[in-house]
Structures are given as C-alpha cells and as structure tokens.
Design a protein around this ligand. Structure first.
Ligand code: HAM
Length: 406
C-alpha cells in the first residue's frame, strides 16, 4: 500500500524546509526588532472558541471532531480567538500595550487551490491595550518590513486599507439597516473576486443603492473617510505610505473587526491575499476578559512563497555544512572522525564520509553540499599533528595544526 500526504497538506523536503525556515527567520526578525514577544497556544481548542465570534466563513472550514472525552474540539484555523482567550485570562498582570507575535501552523478545510491549502503557516503580530491609530500603523509597517527583507518592494505589493466604522457609516447614509449590514458587507467583500457579487448587491439593495456602493468601490470616497486619516498619517511617518491604497472593497471576511481593516496583495493581483489584519476592539471582552482594544494581522506562507517564486526571489537553501572532512586512505577514517568531532565541538558545521575513501569522490560530495572548505586528513601530516585545509572556491590549500583548526 502506498500513502501520500492528504489533499491540501504539504510535505516539506529539506529544500522546501530551508525556504520555510528562511521566511520564518525574517518573520521573527521583523517582529523582534519592533519589540514584539513570541507566544504560542494549543493546536487543539474547544470548537466553540472558533464558532462564537469569527463568523460563518471560518466555521464552515473547521477541522472539528469529538475527542475521546466527548468534547467538541477543533484544530486551530487562526490565532486571534486563542490570543484573546489567553490575554483575557491574564490581562490584569500584563503591562500594556501587550505586543505579541507567533508563527503557528493552522488548519482549514478549504477546497485546495492556488494559494490555499488545508494546512498553512501564518505569522501573527498583535497589539493589545492600545487605542491609538499609531498602533494600527505600526503593525502595518511591521508586515511591510518583513516583505522588504524578503526583497518585495512597493512595485511588487500593495496594502489595501479601509475601516469598518467608515463602511458602516456609509451604508447607514444610504439607509442600509443594521441587521442587513453583515450580509451587505459580505457581498462587498466578494466584489473584487466574484463577478456575480455586483448582481447580488443589486438584488439585495436595489439598483440605485447598489450603484452608489459600486461607485465608492471604484473610487474610494477618501474625503469622507475621517476614520482613516490618522492611521494613514502615522503610516507616512513609518515610511510605508507608498504601499497603501485606500479601498472601499476591503472588508475582511472575519466578523470580529471593528475599525481599520487591511489586506496585502501582489500588485499583479493574480494571487489571493498575502496578509490581512485589522482592529478587533470588542473580542477580548467577548471572551470574558476586560474591555481592551486590540489589533493585528496574519500573514500566510503559501501565497508569499508563490509570489517570491514568481519574482525569482525565493530564498536559496543555505549550504548543509561549512566543512567537509576527507580521509586520505582507509586508515585515515578514524582520524577524520576525530577531526570532525573537534570541528563540531568548536561550533563549525562539518561532515565526512562514513566509509569509502576515494578522494575525488569525496571532494565532489563536498562541492555538492555547498561546503566552503575541505579538510584533508593524510597519514604524514596527521603524524605531525596537522591537516590540510582546502578552500573549495579558490582551490588554495594550506597546512593547519590540529589545535588551530576552526
Ligand atoms: P485571514 O484573512 O483569515 O486572517 O488570514 C490571513 C492570511 O492567512 C491570508 O491573507 C492568507 O495569506 C493566509 N491564509 C488564510 N487561509 C489560508 C489557507 N487556507 N491556505 C493558505 N493560506 C491561508 C486571520 O486569520 C486573522 N486571524 C488575522 C489576524 C490576526 N487579525 C488580527 N490579528
């Protein structure tokens, strides 16, 4: 019987794992240099945590089941409810603002397609306890910072920004009732992707009001969007203004957002969103915690990798080891192992063949794994307590005493 990974799940062979680690390293670096601390929570949570506040989109995508204790549980599809739960439980003792980040793996039962899997990594950066728009702008700048580190500039990606309060106010101005809002927002959210959405909007609100909304979507009525002004201004200070594009169609699928919302796309808009975030000021209280404002974003690895690949920016796998140790003759296998142990002890990554002592073959292997130096262990030099170190790029060789080897 032959097994394969389940649909939508990925195997990470070493080359793919190396790319994943490079992306993760950039995420960690961008978070830490902006003063965020890493946290994590459980992979499995009670089902209700995710069904209560995230909205219907996530609910239908949950990997949910009953465990042996007959608890209804779900694999985490996102971090925000867990974060709200954890902060809510300890909020009193945590100095504000709380600046946390994480790089967890999530699971969503979606139809696997380009840019969407059933398992993915998502970098989360969140601030809790800050109502200032400067906090929204800061996390936006942190997201851009990571993309820049990966080589993506303002010519490659765009951040579309809107505000849920503004959306609501505009809908109220054309007499959309409060109870209709979630549905209408859901349709606006689909306008950019689903050609049938405009028709649905017209069916729901009539031609006149639908046309008004479609007009705002085509041309953001920025002059009326005072809710966004201070966030955009702070973004200017953070130097990410060139990435921004105010956009009425940006709503975000999740139900818990209450203020600024935003998404990052590739400029070619061929791909799904790379990242999305926003303010969710009511979520922590909704999970029984204190009334604390909160905001943040999630950036997935799937679309990001596709875009990096497309742009020829996919990080290269680093060399497996720095040094390859080559025994010259079978009696030198033991001494070569001793050299290997010494190098590793000194913190140098090194490898050597287990057996087989053809020097040419060993040097070829060294080249293949990207080693920068070969250490040749021959009988005469070994007798004098030395080895030959060869720079594999220049071909230069020199004798080095064992105690100086590093
Ligand atoms: P989200 O929009 O559901 O937001 O996901 C954010 C990003 O995760 C997406 O833009 C996409 O790159 C990636 N992503 C989502 N689903 C998949 C999938 N099935 N396959 C591959 N990538 C995917 C949230 O999850 C919010 N909790 C983010 C947040 C944090 N808001 C505030 N703090």
């Amino acid at each position: 019987m032959r097994f394969r990974a389940l649909p939508g799940f990925r195997d990470f062979y070493p080359e793919q794992m190396a790319v994943r680690r490079t992306i993760e390293a950039v995420w960690h670096q961008a978070s830490r240099r902006a003063g965020f601390q890493e946290f994590d929570g459980p992979v499995l949570e009670s089902l209700e945590l995710f069904t209560s506040k995230s909205g219907p989109e996530i609910e239908t995508q949950l990997y949910a089941f009953s465990d042996k204790g007959e608890r209804r549980v779900a694999l985490r599809p996102e971090m925000t409810p867990t974060l709200a739960r954890m902060v809510g439980a300890r909020a009193g003792g945590l100095p504000k603002p709380i600046k946390w980040y994480c790089v967890p793996q999530f699971f969503r039962y979606e139809r696997p397609q380009r840019g969407r899997g059933r398992e993915f990594l998502q970098w989360n950066v969140d601030v809790i306890g800050a109502s200032e728009p400067a906090a929204d702008a800061e996390v936006m700048a942190v997201a851009i910072d990571a993309l820049r580190m990966l080589g993506l500039g303002e010519q490659d990606v765009v951040m579309r920004v809107n505000d849920r309060r503004f959306l609501r106010r505009m809908l109220q101005s054309i007499d959309v009732e409060e109870r209709e809002e979630p549905e209408v927002l859901g349709i606006i959210d689909k306008l950019a992707r689903d050609p049938a959405a405009a028709k649905r909007l017209e069916e729901r609100l009539g031609e006149k009001r639908a046309r008004e909304i479609l007009g705002w979507c085509e041309r953001m009525p920025l002059g009326r969007a005072e809710e966004l002004e201070s966030v955009l201004e702070a973004c200017r200070d953070y130097g990410v203004e060139a990435y921004l594009e105010p956009d009425f169609k940006t709503v975000r699928g999740l139900a818990y957002y209450t203020g600024p919302v935003w998404e990052i796309f590739d400029r070619g808009t061929q791909l799904r969103a790379i990242a999305g975030g926003g303010r969710y000021d009511e979520l922590i209280a909704a999970f029984g915690g204190p009334d604390l404002p909160a905001l943040g974003f999630g950036m997935g690895d799937v679309v990001l990798r596709e875009l990096l690949q497309e742009k020829g920016l996919e990080p290269e796998a680093p060399p497996r080891v720095e040094v390859f140790v080559v025994p010259i003759g079978p009696e030198m296998l033991g001494p070569a192992r001793q050299v290997l142990a010494r190098l590793r002890e000194r913190g140098v990554s090194a490898d050597a063949p287990y057996g087989g002592t053809k020097v040419g073959k060993a040097l070829k292997a060294a080249d293949l794994i990207g080693a920068r130096r070969a250490v040749l262990v021959g009988p005469e030099e070994w007798a004098e307590g030395a080895v030959r170190v060869k720079d594999l790029a220049s071909g230069q060789e020199q004798s080095v005493r064992l105690e100086d080897l590093e």
